[in-house]
Design a protein around this ligand. Structure first.
Ligand code: IVH
Length: 750
């Protein structure tokens, strides 16, 4: 393609000419997609031309052609997909890898429910290897289609879903609000056909049917989706105005009666043995099904029981995916590259002679860490019978579903004579700073902090990632190219927020970048400005502090309520944090000495002395204990947080970022409508209507905290028959005490 002139530099005559040229290319491309499956343009090229067409039309609306391709069916906005908040979260499934795991799953279900008499039924059905889709029907009409996204928010792909032949546009006899969930997939035959067509057209081919299905559904232009043969299996539901049935089985039958395809290999089972036997049967048929599956899903059949079992944070307790074994292949290890991560971790990555593993070409695989390469596990035990891995070796590569491939084994009988023992570099290969391995850490880390470009870039990528600032149009790829940009570099998060104002000609400079144009630059500016208002938990997570993942960030946000409170506390607690680190070191030394002398280690004594010697000021000690008192926060997180905020470079970068933000939104009080939200409850004695685990899970779901012992902080004691000392203590402390029925009526479940 010839170099294109910036849209903003075109005059009217040129614009008209350019629109005509684009119209002709796009119309031809559409016909190719619709009819011949022989696209000559790659998806990216097609998208870029569409975007350019739209930009010119936006600048010269009166030049828009009557039959403009931008007006044709399903032409979606060029700026990506709209977002849809799921009415009911779309979750994932826990995994079982062995028959024992299945038995344990059934046992755990029974145990949670406590009093199930007689058989417990489960459905067993193939786990389709595609991507999940939620379809919403209102008064029988398809009105919304959303991908799973992060579970809470998905992408609006309605125009695309409408092109899938076996998705009903309308349903009869269904509840007024019906959300049908299932899997979009591509059959093997359709996949082969698509790839052959792509190859013929010189376009990009897909590595497997799942990617092809995902790439086809998530098309900005529904015309492309329409030309790609996708199918849908319904297996679950989201929001419903009326229940579908009383059992999973009947609910699926009802979905089938509305016109959805449901999987014919679904079976009702009464015992783990039946479930496992059905799994084997499906596994035998796997190769001849004509579409990819990666396991079997078991679901509790009784929907009332499903309701009682409820969910963990991201998976239901009433279902599990029994995965097929991973796929293996042997190949030559050609080299070991070292990647440097966000927290400085040096990760060895295997460079492999390309090999097909389960239908996907693999040329890189993880080697975890230096111990793994040496044949040692994380407790120093032998793995692979102690065999080490060397460049030149013949290695076994393992891949399971979406998991990053890993090197699982080595055949030392094929080892070349000159193969050398691998040695991890002692300096960071990216910045030359010393790379050190601390006591108890399996990983060697670059000590360069933010001066290490690799760490800085990874931190920035994390900062813009989906669970963090999630800035549309500014993803990992862009961040990488901006880091070294000579004109408008982004070296730290605050630089993202000064992109627009840093330079009078920011817009022009950015619009001249490859793949950008004035319109997309403006959109990115807007997307950045939109994030000047951010939830506290996202901000904390986005900082990329070691040990502070999404859940910990939420815990910290809830505990402190504001950024100021958190950072003030961490600063104040610094002397105590240092004392605790000194105590950890003293403890480790004492353990080592005790082991050498064959005596018992006096760790608590040593710890106490070490802390006292540091003479921790009272306010620091108080701040420290407030910090580690937070739910889910222990000394490891507290120390890491304290280190990050005490580090000059890091805290400087954080302060510059915070100065760019307009509002840091405190966390919402959870379930404030429930009278037990935020309260601490203790269960004691025998519960008769639910098990302890169920009681705890339900209380927590309503925002209550469940504790094992009664104290002045306890708000309610729920005492069943046989309650003893806890009931007495509660009475002494004046804690409100009730029986199980009282509790159920309090939580509105009597
Ligand atoms: S049930 C609450 N059934 O597997 C979860 N999921 O690993 C309801 N999947 O996100 C999901 N086949 O995309 C269910 N027969 C099946 C499935 C299935 C494939 C996918 C689904 C889910 C993922 C979890």
């Amino acid at each position: 393609m010839t170099a294109e002139r910036l849209v903003e530099n075109l005059d009217e005559a040129e614009a008209a000419q350019e629109l005509a040229r684009l119209q002709s290319i796009l119309a031809t491309a559409n016909v190719e997609y619709y009819q011949g499956d022989q696209p000559k343009l790659t998806d990216a090229e097609y998208d870029a031309l569409k975007r350019r067409n739209a930009e010119i039309e936006e600048r010269f609306p009166h030049l828009k052609l009557e039959n403009s391709t931008s007006e044709q069916v399903g032409a979606a906005p060029a700026d990506g997909f709209g977002k849809i908040q799921h009415a009911v979260r779309m979750l994932s499934l826990g995994n079982a890898f062995s028959d024992e795991d299945v038995v344990e799953f059934e046992t755990s279900v029974r145990k949670f429910l406590g009093h199930v008499s007689g058989p417990l039924e489960f459905t067993a059905e193939p786990k389709i290897d595609g991507l999940s889709l939620s379809l919403r029907y209102e008064e029988g009409v398809l009105v919304q289609a959303a991908t799973r996204g992060d579970g809470a928010t998905g992408e609006n792909v309605l125009a695309n879903a409408r092109t899938i032949a076996n998705i009903p546009q309308a349903v009869e006899g269904a509840p007024d609000v019906l959300e049908v969930r299932g899997e979009v997939y591509m059959s093997h035959a359709d996949f082969d056909h698509l790839n052959a067509a792509q190859t013929k057209a010189g376009a990009k081919t897909f590595s497997n049917p799942r990617n092809a299905a995902a790439g086809s559904l998530r098309q900005l232009d529904a015309a492309i989706t329409k030309a790609r043969p996708l199918k849908f299996f319904a297996y679950a539901w989201g929001e419903l105005s009326d229940p579908l049935a009383e059992t999973q089985w009947d609910a699926i039958e009802r979905l089938a009666s509305f016109g959805f395809d449901t999987n014919p290999l679904t079976k009702l089972c009464e015992t783990p043995a039946e479930m496992i036997s059905h799994y084997r049967k499906i596994e035998e048929q796997r190769a001849t099904l004509g579409y990819d599956i990666d396991g079997v899903v078991y679901k509790v059949n009784d929907l009332a029981l499903q309701g009682r079992l409820g969910f963990r944070s991201t998976t239901p307790r009433w279902a599990i995916a029994h995965k097929f074994p991973a796929e293996l292949a042997w190949t030559r290890l050609e080299g070991i590259d070292i990647q440097v991560g966000r927290t400085g971790a040096l990760s060895p990555v295997a460079r492999l002679a390309p090999v097909t593993v389960g239908g996907v070409v693999v040329s890189n695989a993880t080697l975890h860490n230096e111990d793994y390469i040496a044949g040692r596990g994380n407790k120093g035990e032998k793995i692979r019978a102690g065999k080490d891995i060397r460049v030149g070796d013949w290695v076994q590569v393992y891949r399971a579903g979406d998991v990053i491939p890993k090197v699982a084994d080595v055949d030392i009988s094929k080892r070349p004579d000159d193969a050398e023992v691998f040695a991890m570099p002692q300096v960071c290969p990216k910045c030359g700073s010393p790379a050190v391995r601390e006591e108890g850490d399996a990983v060697r880390r670059c000590t360069g902090g933010l001066i290490c470009p690799a760490q800085a870039i990874e931190k920035l990528k994390h900062f813009v990632s989906r669970a963090a600032f999630d800035i549309e149009g500014l993803g990992a790829k862009q961040i990488e190219s901006f880091y070294e940009d000579p004109q408008l570099p982004i070296k730290e998060p605050a630089d993202i927020f000064t992109l627009r104002t840093r330079d009078d000609s920011s817009l022009t400079k950015l619009a001249n970048r490859d793949g950008w144009g004035a319109t997309s630059v403006k959109k990115v500016f807007q997307a950045i400005d939109d994030k000047r208002k951010i939830e506290l938990s996202r901000l904390i997570f986005a900082l990329g502090i070691r040990h502070v993942g999404e859940v910990t960030a939420q815990d910290l946000a809830r505990h402190f309520g504001s950024w100021e409170a958190l950072s003030e506390n961490a600063t104040q607690a610094r002397p105590a944090a240092l004392a605790h680190r000194a105590a950890d070191e003293a403890e480790a030394l004492e353990r080592e000495l005790a082991a050498r002398d064959g005596r018992r280690a006096r760790v608590s004594e040593v710890r106490k002395t070490a802390i006292t010697e540091q003479a921790v000021p009272f306010d620091a000690a108080r701040a420290w204990s407030f910090l580690i008192d937070a739910d889910g926060i222990g000394a490891t997180v507290a120390l890491s947080l304290s280190d990050a905020l005490a580090n000059r470079d890091e805290s400087g970068a954080i302060a510059r970022l915070v100065a760019q933000l307009d509002e840091i939104i405190p966390p919402k009080a959870q379930h404030s409508e429930s009278p037990v939200a935020g309260k601490t409850v203790v269960f004691t004695g025998t519960l008769e209507k639910m098990t302890r685990a169920e009681a705890k899970a339900r209380a927590e779901a309503l925002g209550a905290k469940v504790s094992g012992s009664v104290s002045a902080k306890t708000d309610f004691l729920v005492a069943g028959p046989g309650a003893g000392s806890k009931a007495k203590k509660a009475a002494d402390l004046g804690v409100e005490t009730m029986d199980e029925d009282g509790w159920l009526s309090l939580i509105g479940d009597a």
